[in-house]
Design a protein around this ligand. Sequence first.
Ligand SMILES: [Zn+2]
Ligand SMILES: [Zn+2]
Length: 279
Amino acid sequence: MLTFTTLASGSSGNAALVSWGDTHILLDAGISARRITTGLKALGVDPVRISAVLITHEHHDHISGLPVLTKKLRVPIYASAPTCGEINRRVPFVEDLLRRQEPGTGVQIGGLWVESFPTPHDAAGSVGYSISAEGSRMVLCTDLGHITPEVRRAAEGCDLLACEANHDEDWVRSGPYPYPLKRRVLGDYGHLSNEAGAELAALAVQSGTRTLVLAHLSAENNTPAHAREVVCRRLQAMGCDPERDVSLAVAPRGDLGPVYRLERGRDTVAFRLREAALC
Ligand SMILES: [Zn+2]
Ligand SMILES: [Zn+2]
């Protein structure tokens, strides 16, 4: 059974675990190595059993745990070639661990098939990941300024979508951020707003996704309740009852999230989508 758990999610640090049988993959390492190993142990996973680390991009909140983690765990680190270059510059003694994965290609890691896809973000070569096993598939898609055809394709038909819902655009505009940072967050290579995240969630739900995890929320320009409310409203507009038809949750910022178990052939709740609900 494919399982997914967030260890931390947000601008202060990101890490998640995807498992299938004995294969355990860490998705990003943007919290301290100690917090990562504590989180893994709490999930019953001995850190030495980790098969690989996948990195979305080189921003601090996605790689800050790598220097200490790689001292202890000499496991392969997968990332796009430009991201590998950045990691190599910032993390000592890591070169022999780096595995360059061209976005759009797939690699088998133990029992898991891992595909990456490019995401529009102000980093060297940021990607999202689509991870599958035994017909179940989850997608991690955070840190992107807008929804591209590649992102849309990856999200379509997955069983679980961990989707960015970073901010409320009005809160960013009227908030305390300096102007260049506001421009960055709201720009095409910044972060998905609640509305944009809701649009991606709606696209996924329309194509069969039933588990949504809202991720990478801003501490200053969002709240879990607000992000959830915006996505609920969007789903309701297409005839979906967010309480009954889907599982919708917000990934905790600093704590372990629940363990999501994706089982092939599980019952899906049918509901009628309103015509022309999606543009
Ligand atoms: Zn980030
Ligand atoms: Zn980033």
